[in-house]
Write a new protein. Structure first.
Length: 702
């Protein structure tokens, strides 16, 4: 299939978020109502998939279905942030349906009636239903609740029956996608030679000295750049500079800071409330009524930290003590009352590396145990538990180095808990621990603690008053009214003492502008309403008013040199500086001699444990070409000057220690296979979208 070919061309893609589209009870969307966006004269096509245009009305109906799902599941309307996720999921659902339906049909993938019944009421009920129908008291899935619901559908309102029919279709589509992804993921395989190569890459070590000369060691005036140089570079790197649909803006930000009067009023209010908190006997009720944060009455379990604003201001914390008010970095004032200090069940902290044996026969378990023994030996030798957990761990803790956090003895299965709580010191447990989940390599990171607290938190926000906000808006509105074009924008800003900020190459779907969050209206204005040089009215964003001017735009396709001149010039300048540095270093026999050519800027360093798998050099940074060149040399040899993005590197190899041979490379084969399988779903989606030539015009509407 063409799709498979496209996927195989994408093996270099970084692991990304798997496009799930139809996999969950997705959040649904609210789009101002069906008629609000049918703007007179405006194009109502929101995109194109597989050559078919997607109308605004069609997309709106899809989002409305997702919204209804969300409301059925959550019992409330979605927030604006959830709305963004809703629209994305609704769009992905349309893409997935169009892109993959042909693939499913070609492969003969179907969901039978029997399979669907099994998914919603049989032995293999889908996780979404299990999550929705879990008994809050027992934490167990309530099958009787599900049966009662299904039996009630016959007499249920039409809307509820339609909702369930939609859910069944969602489950079926989700299962088809899972089958498809698993089918291709199962094709991932690493042979023994690949495993051996992975082992050598990870375990071959070089001891090197290196010279680093940054490009700024050479002044810009020392290299000459011609127009032909720039054109030649752009011609040789066309793909890198392919134009996207972007906009450039400049803007003035009028921050909504509280005034001195606002601050004084909040201090007066919280000081009185703090005195009342000290006097009250019902701390939890008091802070629930008066504090402006969620969950103001906290239980701090053993091992958990007390609030940072409390411990940073108070040395000796006592039961019954009232502390504050303190100013926070959250633009608020806060006071605390330690309502209770008491002894609780001991809790410890540990990390683990799990090699799973679930569903395996005894022979396969024995193989996993042998692998686990090898990993344990490696950890004992290297002492780097964190790195080993990331490399070998097979559960959700792997990416955080196996950290399990603080836990009580009853939180874990008995063999694991006994192994941890029987320890009287931190460090690696020298034996494997077997549980029903597999073999664990465990490191105890914190010893038992049993002191717990109940803390009442009284916090008031420090925000601008209505009077302050009105004054700031008047300033922004006056600036916008008196500014007619980009020249006046800069002039007026300078005269009024405002700082002009710039945002380059804003994509059409951007929701932020630099550090301005929820700035979608600014982006929509730049794409839909603005012409170059036009000035906006006042936008009200989170924490600021903004006035913007459109300064540039690019469309999809090839770009002109003028559109990317600054970036191309920087790249050409660095290339010429690299050549200049290399010429200056030519003929020098030692790194010290080379350093003397650029004494103020060049540096010499060492990397005694550089590995072939590394793409950075300590003390320098990202330098993959240099790392590759180093491992191509023998002891005592020196590399030629190597041009990296950050400067020029010369390295001398003191020694190369090749990875020793091992009897079994299965662990490394499995590592390669697992990584490939993780990438498969993402690569499938990216390749499929490219083949379908998906065009997204939603930025015109949202």
């Amino acid at each position: 299939m063409a799709l498979i070919k496209e996927i195989r061309q994408r093996t270099g893609l970084a692991i990304g978020v798997i496009a799930v589209g139809l996999i969950l009870f997705l959040v649904g969307g609210d789009l101002l109502g069906p008629n609000s966006m049918l703007l007179g004269g405006r194009d109502t096509i929101v995109g194109e998939i597989n050559g078919e245009e997607i109308s605004y009305e069609e997309y709106l109906a899809q989002i409305e279905r997702f919204k209804q799902n969300y409301m059925q599941n959550s019992g409330r309307n979605p927030t604006e942030n959830e709305m963004f996720s809703i629209r994305e999921q609704a769009w992905q659902a349309m893409v997935v349906k169009s892109v993959f339906s042909e693939q499913y049909e070609a492969l003969g993938l179907t969901i039978s009636d029997e399979e669907l019944v099994d998914m919603v009421q049989g032995k293999n009920i889908v996780g979404e239903l299990r999550q929705q129908l879990t008994n809050p008291e027992t934490g167990e899935f309530d099958r009787q609740q599900l049966i009662a619901f299904l039996q009630s559908l016959e007499s249920a309102p039409a809307q509820q029956r339609a909702f369930w029919a939609q859910q069944e279709q969602t489950f079926a589509d989700s299962r088809l996608r899972i089958k498809y992804d698993n089918l291709l993921a199962a094709s991932s395989y690493a042979n023994k030679e690949q495993g051996a190569m992975q082992y050598r890459v990870q375990n071959s070590v070089a001891d090197v000295e290196h010279l680093f000369v940054p490009y700024y060691a050479v002044s810009d005036s020392a290299v000459k750049i011609s127009e032909s140089d720039l054109k030649a570079y752009l011609g040789n790197h066309k793909e890198r500079f392919e134009g996207a649909n972007t906009r450039d803006i400049s803007y003035v930000r009028f921050d909504l800071y509280p005034s001195g009067e606002d601050s004084a009023a909040v201090i007066q209010q919280i000081s009185k409330l703090t005195r009342d908190l000290a006097a009250t006997a019902d701390d939890s009720v008091f802070v629930l009524r008066n504090s402006e944060i969620n969950n103001p009455f906290m239980t701090i379990l053993p091992g958990q930290t007390l609030p940072a604003d409390l411990v940073s201001n108070v040395d000796d914390i006592e039961e019954g003590g009232v502390y504050g008010p303190f100013i926070t970095n959250r633009s608020s004032y806060v006071s605390y009352k330690v309502s209770k200090q008491y002894d609780a069940s001991p809790r410890m902290r540990a990390s683990h590396i799990l090699l799973s044996t679930q569903g395996m026969d005894e022979a396969t378990k024995a193989q996993v145990k042998a692998q686990a023994e090898l990993v344990l030996a490696e950890v004992k030798e290297s002492g780097n538990f964190f790195a080993a957990a990331q490399q070998y761990g097979q559960d959700g803790t792997a990416q955080r180095g196996g950290d399990l956090g603080w836990f009580a003895k009853e939180d874990f299965v008995e063999p694991f808990a006994e192994a941890v709580f029987s320890r009287n010191e931190t460090g690696l447990i020298g034996e494997l621990v077997e549980t029903e989940y597999g073999y664990h390599i465990i490191s105890v990171t914190e010893m038992a603690q049993n002191t717990a607290y109940k803390v009442a938190v009284l916090e008031l926000e420090l925000i601008p008053s209505d009077g302050t906000r009105n004054e700031i808006f008047r300033n922004a509105d006056t600036f916008a009214a008196n500014t007619g074009n980009s020249d006046e924008f800069d002039t007026n800003a300078k005269e009024d003492g405002y700082r002009v900020l710039s945002a380059k190459a804003l994509p059409a779907n951007a929701r932020t502008v630099n550090n301005l969050t929820n700035a979608r209206e600014v982006v929509r204005w730049a794409f839909n309403d603005a012409s170059i040089g036009s000035v906006s009215t006042v936008f009200e964003l989170e924490g600021a008013y903004v006035v913007a001017v459109l300064t540039g735009k690019t469309e999809e396709g090839a770009v002109s040199l003028d559109q990317v001149r600054a970036e191309v010039t920087a790249q050409v300048r660095n290339e010429k500086k690299g050549e200049y540095i290399a010429k200056k270093l030519a003929g020098k026999s030692s790194l010290e001699e080379m350093k003397s050519v650029f004494p103020e800027y060049a540096s010499i360093g060492t990397a005694p444990n550089l590995k072939l798998v590394d793409n950075t050099i300590p003390g320098i940074g990202y330098a993959p070409k240099a790392v590759g060149a180093i491992f191509g040399l023998k002891q005592g040899q020196v590399t030629q000057p190597i041009k990296e993005d950050i400067g020029v590197i010369v390295a001398k190899v003191n020694s190369i220690t090749p990875a020793g041979e091992v009897a079994d490379y299965t662990v490394y084969q499995n590592q390669i296979t697992a990584n490939e399988q993780q990438r498969t779903a993402y690569m499938i989606m990216m390749a499929a979208e490219e083949l379908a030539e998906v065009k997204d015009f939603r930025y015109k509407f949202f």
